[in-house]
Structures are given as structure tokens and as C-alpha cells.
Design a protein around this ligand. Structure first.
Ligand SMILES: [Zn+2]
Length: 271
């Protein structure tokens, strides 16, 4: 049962879904800012105490904090995606069988969503640890640059460390929040498509001046529901209008729906 959405309709669907994601990202971002801020302070504290780097047992706690910073909104995003897919299918008159109901809560389906956020929080905690180590090195190199014989106190050192880290905290929290909500929302969307017996889905990219060439290349691509748009650990290669090839490394998991990359705003439509 092929569906035809005009470009205008598709854009409207994308805009409304993205605005829901944006408000959930905003809430998640605030929690992540606090969580990452605590981690950075902890690192600075260890530097002052001469106990750097961060030991492994901190990572489990950090990843739990990151998880808690995302999961509530992540579940809401999945539920919102699920409901938006339902209203979309109702609008096209393609609802199949008993799947015409909104499930009372996405919690019935939340295993995949929870697992995703748990696994990702571990990756994020590791990323933050690596970043803190890199900032630590940079601050140390700056302190000893030019063969300065002046002694830098641990307090001054920690202060520089916190200042450098501050730049990283806000951009990283935002990146994690936005990307997580887009993932969860599309997960809910596909759950509803599956339930409704939709066979295939189409990648839809919002085309504006912010759209990257990789998402442009995905635009219009059709796969089976439950299929994969880009395989794990592959490299996507796209030629730009100047004839240069750009490459995007895929993560260690299959891309079965947006996001394709951090800050991706794409959606999937029923085909
Ligand atoms: Zn995208």
C-alpha cells in the first residue's frame, strides 16, 4: 500500500515531530548539564588531590547519572513518536486491524529504549573520561609552555581545568540530549508502523541550509520495516558539488532509523 506525501505534508510532519523532540531534548539537556558538571567537578577534585586519572569504578556511577539524565524524556519521546505515527496512519487511512489503539503507555515496549540509553550512557561516560584526560594534558602542557619556571599551584591548575571543561560541557550535553530524543522518537514511530502492518519506510530529510550532505544522500531511501539504512562500522562516502568525497564513519550498531549522526533531524515516513 504505497503512500504519497507531498513535500509540504512531509515537511509538516517532520516539523511537528522535531518540535516535540526539541522540547524533550531541552529538558534532558538541563539534567545532563548538571550530571556532566558533577563529573567535571569530581575530576577537578581528584586533580587537586593528586589522584588523577579517574578510576574505573567512577565510570559506572557516571554512566548511571547520564542514564538518569536522559531516560525519562527518552521514554516520553518514544511514546510521542508512537502516537505521532498513529495519527499519521489514521490520516492516510492505512491503519490495519486492532492496532488502531494508542497503547496506554510506551512502558509496555520500553526494553529497547532503556537498553539503548543504558548502553549509550556507558559510551558517553567513557567519552567524557577521555575528554577530561585530554583537557588535563592540554592544561598541563599550557602550564609548562615556554619553559616557564613559575610554579603553578594545584588550585590554579584545577581552575584552568574547570575553565577548559566548561566549553565542552554545554556542547556535549546538548549533543547527547538532541541525538537521544531523535533516536527514541523514531523507535516509537517504527513500533507503530510495525503494529499497523506497514511494510516499508522512507527516510525523510528536512532540507535547509543546515542539512549535511550525508542526510541529503539518505533522503528518499526506502527499506523494509525493521531493515537497515546503513550497516554498522561502515564508512558512508558522499561526493559534494565540488567533486570532493566526504566520509562519515558509522557507529558500531546498524542505522535502522535516524539519527544518522549527532544533531540529525531526519524522520521516517511509511511507504
Ligand atoms: Zn539527518
Amino acid at each position: 500500500m504505497p503512500r504519497e506525501f507531498t513535500e509540504e505534508q512531509s515537511e509538516l510532519i517532520a516539523t511537528s515531530r522535531n518540535s516535540t523532540n526539541a522540547s524533550l531534548s531541552y529538558q534532558s539537556n538541563r539534567k545532563l548539564l548538571i550530571a556532566i558538571g558533577l563529573m567535571v567537578n569530581e575530576s577537578a577534585g581528584r586533580i587537586i588531590g593528586g589522584m588523577y586519572p579517574v578510576p574505573m569504578d567512577y565510570l559506572a556511577r557516571w554512566s548511571l547519572q547520564l542514564y538518569q539524565g536522559q531516560i525519562t524524556e527518552g521514554r516520553q519521546a518514544a511514546q510521542a513518536g508512537y502516537e505521532s505515527a498513529l495519527s499519521l496512519l489514521r490520516g492516510t487511512g492505512d491503519i490495519v486491524g486492532d492496532s488502531n489503539q494508542i497503547m496506554p503507555s510506551y512502558s509496555l515496549y520500553r526494553d529497547e529504549v532503556d537498553t539503548y540509553f543504558k548502553d549509550n550512557s556507558e559510551l558517553q561516560a567513557n567519552t567524557i573520561k577521555r575528554k577530561m584526560e585530554a583537557i588535563n594534558k592540554k592544561v598541563m602542557a599550557d602550564a609548562t609552555a615556554g619553559g616557564s619556571t613559575e610554579t603553578v599551584t594545584l588550585g590554579e591548575y584545577a581552575e584552568s581545568f574547570l575553565k577548559e571543561s566548561q566549553k565542552f560541557i554545554s556542547s556535549y550535553a546538548k549533543l547527547v540530549a538532541v541525538t537521544g530524543m531523535v533516536w527514541a522518537s523514531n523507535e516509537g514511530v517504527i513500533k507503530k508502523y510495525k503494529e499497523a502492518g506497514v511494510q516499508r519506510m522512507r527516510w525523510y530529510t528536512v532540507m535547509d541550509e543546515r542539512t549535511c550532505i550525508f542526510c541529503m544522500a539518505q533522503h528518499g531511501k526506502v527499506v523494509e520495516i525493521g531493515g537497515v539504512f546503513e550497516k554498522a562500522d561502515t564508512t558512508m562516502k558522499v561526493e559534494n558539488d565540488k567533486g570532493t568525497i566526504s566520509e562519515l564513519q558509522m557507529p558500531s550498531w546498524d542505522i535502522s532509523h535516524p539519527p544518522l549522526h549527532c544533531h540529525c533531524r531526519c524522520i521516517v515516513l511509511p511507504e
